[in-house]
Every structure is written in structure tokens, then in C-alpha cells.
Design a protein around this ligand. Sequence first.
Ligand code: ADQ
Length: 411
Amino acid sequence: MRRHAPEVLAFVMAGGEGTRLHPLTADRCKPSVPFNGKHRIVDFVLSNLVNSEIYSVYLLVQYKSQALIEHVRDAWSMAHCIPRHFVTVVPPQMRNGKEWFQGTADAVAQNLHLIESHRPDLVVVFGADHVYRMDVRQMIDAHLARGADVSIATLPVPAQQSTAFGVVETDDDLWVRGFQEKPAPAQAHRMPGQGDRVLASMGNYVFSTDVLLRVLRRAVDAGERDFGKDILPRLARSHRVLAYDFATNRIPGVGAHEEPAYWRDVGTIDAYYDAHFDTVGAQARFRMNNPQWPIYASPDASESAQIVGGDIRASVLGSGCLVDGASLDHALLRRAVRVEPDARIADSIVMDRTVIGRGARITRAIIDQDNRIPPGEVIGGDPVRDRQRFHVSDSGIVVVPRRYFAPLAAG
Ligand code: ADQ
């Protein structure tokens, strides 16, 4: 039981360009990329913070942030009458010179005045491109109980994935002895006795405020710009840096069961696609719906989905969808998608307001929003043909950009 809840200020790092999610990030930043039937990726971190009773949240944005700003306005405006309850978007304001945020640490360093004016006990700095549930209070409790200066949320991943993560080396008590940012697998520090696995940073940090202020003031002078590349490798040698074991984080589940720990970086097309299908099915690895730990989305005034007829298996239909005599097998349709007779969608994600024309075949594809797929069109299933028109991921997922097939004019 927590006795005195510390004052916590959160920074959510939402400025990532998301080049590996291209073309989904052609005109929106990574955190505002849609996810599942009605969410955007940023909703996971924001829900985790708010469900953890952390209500003072600054969202640091940069690239192509218009969609994200509108989403935060629609989905995350918290009661104005309660002091210190806010999710506020902070654009780069060039307070330390004529430059945008040059990296994650620089983004926070350019906003030190916000920390100074709030005077919290702790500052949490969390990434915005992960699908997960996490009770941040449990990490904070570990940070305080162990007397850490900094805590890094961690979990084991296969060593071949080391180039995508910060790799943490700890002693037996989880004190961090070394930090390598995205090392090659051959150089990555292996977890003792854990097979060929490394301990990965989840990009979520808890800082004691005075430590963070000192570190970032020095970083500005030393030209250090990134937590993963510059700050954490240095702090691992000089400060009490704790690895927080994400596997110990407990989330109440549906019914009597605890929710199994799940975390996924969705920074690539393949990881993004796979994470969607982890949410589908009666035994889904990750359930979007957990009333004990909701993942909030923007309010939705559209009507319920309607199935006129068809053959439908293991699929998700967002509100306002209309399926008329089509076949859906592992199809994830977001809001107001219309599927016309004899169309077939398999192992695919279709985003808002898209129309799948009569008899079209969509296989292992992501169709971004506002497309009108012509009758009889075939997308997916033939990498050579698909590559001539579209981006195709390493594992063969075809991505059709927004408005590639222009929608008909209204009326
Ligand atoms: P990456 O996710 O590859 O690795 P990065 O691209 O810096 O690192 O993104 C981290 C977060 O910060 C993302 O949410 C991104 O949107 C945001 N961001 C990036 N640049 C920003 C900027 N200039 N301004 C504001 N926000 C910005 C990081 C860590 C690794 C860790 C992985 C876990 O560096 O050590 O293992 O996250 O996914």
C-alpha cells in the first residue's frame, strides 16, 4: 500500500518521425498512427499514465503533429477545473537556440522551465510508440524503495533484436552497470543464464527531479542530446540507475485473472501489423478491452457496425462499418469501412472510411484511410506485382497509403 503518493510530472516523447513506419507516417507522426478499431498508438502511454493516477502530462511533439494535436484535443482534454490535471502538447519553441528538439534528452532539456515551475518529486519520461499496459506506480514504488536516481523499465528480448533497443547490463540486484544504445548482436551484453537474450530498455524512465535537472543542465553544455545514446551510458557509470523488471508489473485482468505482461514496440510495419493480430481472438495475447485498465480513445458518435451478410471469422469491426455479403478472415476494420458484396479480406488492416469495392481481394495488407478500392482490385499475395505499386515490408505486408485510390466526391 502506498503511503504518500509523490508528485509526478510526465513527459511523453511524441516527436518521433517514424521512418520505419513509412508510408503510414507520410503525413502523421508515429504516435498518431491509428491502432486497432478506434485507437491511436499514443493512447497506450497516456492511458497507462492516467490509470496510474499521473495527471500532469506534457506531450513533446515535433514532426507532422497536426493529427496528434487534434487527437489530444478530442480524446484527452481533462477537467479544466481540477488543478494539475492536463495533457498538454508542447511544440518545439527553440528556447535554447534556433533548433528543433535534437533528440529525446534535448526535447526535455528545452523544457526545463516546466519542471522548475511544477517542482515535482519525480519526472517520468516515457516513449509514445508502444502497445502495452503498465502500472507506472509500481515502477515508481521500486524506484523509491531502492533509492534510485534513475529507473529504466526493462524486459528480455532475443539478442538478434539488439539493434532496435538500448541494452542494459545489470548486477544481481538489478543495478545498472552498463548501457549500450542499439548495439550489434555480436557486441550486445547477454543476460547471464538466460539463453541468447539481452535485457532491453523499454524507453520508459523515472528520474528523481534534482538528478534530472543536474543531468540535463550539464547535457546542454556538453552537447548531449539523447537519453539512449548519451545520457544513460554516462549515468550508468556515475549514478544509482535501476533496471525495473517489467515482468513484475501486475495489472488486474478481466475476471479473477491477472493480465499477462505484454509490451510491443510498434516502430516497424511488421511489428505494427503483428501487434494488431495479437489483439484478435478469444485467447488474444493482448486484450484491448480490460475495464479494470481501460485504454481510452477519442469519443465516437458514429453508429454501430452492421453486417448485412457474409462469411466472417476472427475479425474486428469498428463503429459505423458496413459489411454486405463479403468474406472477412482475420480482418481488422477501423471506423466506417464499407465492404461490398463478394469482396474478400484476409489477414489485413483497413483504416477509416475506406470502401472495398465489389469482388476486390485484399490479402496481408494495410490499407490506410480514405481509400476507395475499385471493384475487382487485387492487393497482396504477389510480392513482385505489389512492389511495383506499393511499399512491401520485410515479411511481405503491402501498405496502401492514404487516398492512393481517391474516394469519390461526396454526394
Ligand atoms: P527508439 O524508439 O528507436 O529507441 P527514438 O527514435 O529516440 O528511439 O524514440 C524514442 C521516443 O521518443 C519515441 O516515442 C519517439 O516518438 C520520441 N522522440 C524521438 N525523437 C524525439 C524528439 N526529437 N522530440 C520529441 N520526441 C522524440 C528508444 C530508446 C531505446 C529503447 C527504445 C524502446 O532510445 O534505448 O530501447 O526506445 O522502444
